[in-house]
Write a protein of this length. Structure first.
Length: 127
């Protein structure tokens, strides 16, 4: 699988809350990359997909993560599927997504693996 498939589908749980799965092993070269980098990328993918669902826009529209604040990542990072939850809120002309990644999809402990606030913004098409 490709680098852009680290975060699978995102589902809407309420007006501004979203759930998803981050799986570092969805990247075919996962063994060559630090797990924290794959998790970091998965968080960005989740944030962009959550904003697009929040705005109910076409998948063709280009949105990019432009900043992450208050990022924390706890060791160890396991190369398994992780639950990810987020809340989207407007932020000027952008949107912010407060993201929390929890260890394992089958782990009911609710242990937070990583968290942060990602700012996502639309990229205007150039003619």
């Amino acid at each position: 699988m490709t680098y852009l498939s680290i975060c699978g589908g995102v589902t809407k749980s309420s007006q501004s809350n979203f759930n998803g799965i981050i799986n570092p092993k969805n990247y075919k070269k996962w063994g060559e990359v630090d797990p924290k980098i794959l998790l970091f990328e998965g968080i960005h993918q989740f944030a962009v997909r959550s904003v697009k669902k929040y705005l109910e826009i076409d998948d063709k529209d280009l949105y990019l993560p432009i900043q992450i604040k208050a990022f924390t990542c706890h060791d160890p990072i396991f190369l398994c599927e992780h639950k990810v939850i987020g809340e989207v809120s407007p932020y000027g002309k952008s949107h912010q997504v407060a993201v929390e990644v929890r260890r394992g999809i089958h782990d009911e402990s609710g242990v937070t693996v990583a968290s942060g606030v990602v700012t996502v913004q639309a990229v205007e098409a150039r003619a």
